[in-house]
Design a protein around this ligand. Structure first.
Ligand SMILES: Cc1cc2nc3c(=O)[nH]c(=O)nc-3n(C[C@H](O)[C@H](O)[C@H](O)COP(=O)(O)OP(=O)(O)OC[C@H]3O[C@@H](n4cnc5c(N)ncnc54)[C@H](O)[C@@H]3O)c2cc1C
Ligand SMILES: *[C@@H]1O[C@H](CO)[C@@H](O)[C@H](O)[C@H]1NC(C)=O
Ligand SMILES: *[C@@H]1O[C@H](CO)[C@@H](O)[C@H](O)[C@H]1NC(C)=O
Ligand SMILES: *[C@@H]1O[C@H](CO)[C@@H](O)[C@H](O)[C@H]1NC(C)=O
Ligand SMILES: *[C@@H]1O[C@H](CO)[C@@H](O)[C@H](O)[C@H]1NC(C)=O
Length: 494
């Protein structure tokens, strides 16, 4: 953010000089985002629009986020309709050193990662989903949420690797990693990307592939908005039949049985079509468990999910259905609109003691935070097979080491009032550190095991996610963005 008006003016004059534009009257009043908004609205084509706080619904939609703590009031929002317009917008933002945010699906749980008090770029108009049968790939616009991607590809009986619950943006999901229901069969979403259409920080529109620019291709796979703004992904598309699964809710009394079932599933099931998430939760002064089940076929072989199906449940929505229907059956929108934080612990596998530690954390913090506007505590066990990183030999920013696949345990705290933000950020840090220490002491994690960037809290050091890749990523960054245009946008920065 701009430190003071005079500093901002100096910085902007310097920037305009560096970018080859003499400081002059064609540039808007520096430091006033509203003027920059007006400048942008004159520079873009009729395919794009600028919205102001007075514009109503379009502006509200643009600045909204799944977690209310991730939203900020922007001077204006811009919906670019073409990559070329987005290039012009980035040039103006760079020349005027105007803070901005880049929003795909708005599911970032870190404040300021896809929002800004300056200008919010909302990518909704990049909404295509095209299947190419010859190459068995699909082009996916960066403004789509996973529901759209599943739904638009359904007529072709194919799907791409996308989110496991409703509403997740394809862009952040892919650019940060992407653990999907089909990850056991095909790897991370970033491993299935064949090409990125990228608007570079200097405004140029390029297609980035392994052969066009191997370093940038590597960096984009985990590097979020460090290298510009992606407008389209070309991804591998996989055959998609009807699937089986859905969601189940159990009461606290079933926790011991569920925990046995989780241990058995995660240590014995090797069918790559089977996947599941167990969420130990605490809300309204009681513990509860939400179970998501997935089988990539109309019915699972017997034995795989029987334990989960036999435990008495308070709610069960499990059936043969489309993958879109399964994804939308998960209760992911119940805490939408609350303040929220994610954090993560990388573990190699789950043991009885590690699961007990995790369950204890949910009740411990649930009780401790109950007077501080607590809404929901939810820690998710996401088992995957050890082979998930073997589907692609080509390296990616995340994970930095492909010799071992760490499982991304997800910690999630939701609360209502902004005044408690710091308590919750402290709590989630402390809880993750505690679980990490137990995991390390049991040989289930290591001090340099990488944290999943899409789950890591905002102050996580780059090294903890990208390991030895950090220096290489900084080199790519200084080549691709020498004037630090993307430094004006929030997020983890190389
Ligand atoms: C309810 C819920 C469920 C989730 N489930 C899963 C899951 O099953 N698997 C999983 O792996 N993750 C999951 N996540 C994490 C999710 O992958 C991340 O939150 C992801 O970043 C969301 O992407 P988005 O586009 O919605 O986010 P945004 O908030 O829009 O963006 C996230 C980051 O990416 C940057 N960005 C967005 N679009 C672009 C672009 N086009 N070009 C460059 N940078 C861009 C933003 O600037 C921001 O820094 C879940 C999150 C939530 C809240
Ligand atoms: C920014 O410019 C707009 C339009 O010219 C003006 O209405 C507004 O008061 C200015 N804001 C600041 C903080 O200078
Ligand atoms: C998709 O699968 C359904 C059900 O098997 C079938 O009826 C339909 O013809 C298939 N569509 C295409 C485009 O293959
Ligand atoms: C969840 O919320 C998103 C908006 O973020 C919406 O598009 C989606 O349809 C919702 N899903 C369900 C199942 O209600
Ligand atoms: C429960 O968690 C708290 C907080 O991390 C810890 O101090 C306590 O020792 C844990 N108790 C058990 C039984 O694990």
């Amino acid at each position: 953010m701009l430190a003071s008006p005079s500093l901002a003016v100096v910085a902007a004059l310097l920037a305009s000089f560096v970018n080859g534009h003499p400081p002059g009257s064609s540039l808007p009043d520096i430091g006033n985002s509203t003027n920059v908004c007006q400048h942008i609205s004159r520079a873009i084509s009729s395919k794009s629009d600028v919205y102001y706080p007075t514009s109503g619904l379009a502006y509200m939609k643009d600045i909204s986020h799944w977690a209310s703590s991730s939203a900020q009031q922007a001077a204006c929002s811009v919906e670019p309709g073409t990559a070329e317009d987005l290039g012009r917008i980035l040039q103006i933002l760079g020349e005027t050193k105007t803070p901005f945010g880049v929003k795909g699906g708005g599911h970032a749980t870190n404040p300021g990662f896809s929002s800004s008090p300056g200008i919010l770029i909302a990518l909704y108009r990049f909404n295509e989903a095209t299947y190419h049968p010859d190459s068995q790939t699909a082009t996916i616009g960066s403004g789509l949420i996973c529901d759209d991607a599943y739904g638009l590809l359904e007529p072709y009986n194919v799907s791409v690797l996308a989110g496991r619950v409703s509403g997740i943006g394809m862009a952040g999901f892919i650019l940060g990693g992407g653990y999907s229901w089909k990850t056991n069969q095909h790897g991370l979403a970033l491993d299935s990307v064949v090409a990125f259409e990228l608007v570079m920080p200097n405004g140029r529109v390029v297609t980035v592939t392994e052969t066009s620019d191997a370093e940038l291709f590597f960096g984009l796979k985990g590097g979020f908005n460090n290298f510009g703004i992606v407008t389209r992904f070309t991804m591998k598309a996989y055959p998609q039949t009807a699937v089986w699964g859905g969601s189940i809710t159990y009461l606290a009394s079933s926790i011991p049985d569920i925990t046995s079932a989780v241990l058995k599933f995660s240590s014995t099931v090797t069918d790559p079509k089977a996947s599941m998430i167990t969420t130990y939760g605490y809300t309204d002064a009681q513990a509860l468990v939400t179970q998501l089940l997935f089988y990539d076929g109309p019915s699972p072989p017997s034995g795989i999910f029987d334990d989960f199906m036999n435990i008495p449940a308070v709610m069960r929505d499990v059936s043969e259905r489309s993958i879109l229907s399964l994804v939308q059956s998960a209760p992911s929108n119940t805490s939408a609109g609350q303040r929220g934080a994610f954090h993560t612990v990388p573990v190699l596998k789950y043991t009885p003691n590690l699961l007990q530690t995790i369950i204890n954390e949910t009740t411990y913090w649930g009780q401790r935070l109950s007077t501080q506007s607590e809404f929901l505590i939810a820690y998710s066990i996401e088992p995957f097979l050890p082979e998930i990183l073997s589907f692609n030999d080509s390296p990616s920013a995340y994970p930095p080491d492909r010799s071992q696949a760490f499982l991304p345990l997800n910690l999630y705290l939701a609360w209502s009032l902004e005044t408690f933000d710091d308590e919750y950020f402290d709590a989630i840090r402390e809880s993750a550190a505690y679980i990490r220490s137990v995991a390390i002491s049991e040989g289930l994690s290591t001090p340099d095991a990488p944290k999943y960037p899409n789950y890591a809290l905002f102050d996580t050091p780059l090294r903890d996610m990208y390991g030895d890749n950090v220096a290489r990523l900084k080199d790519i960054r200084s080549r691709v963005d020498p004037h630090d245009v993307m430094g004006l946008a929030g997020g983890f920065k190389f």
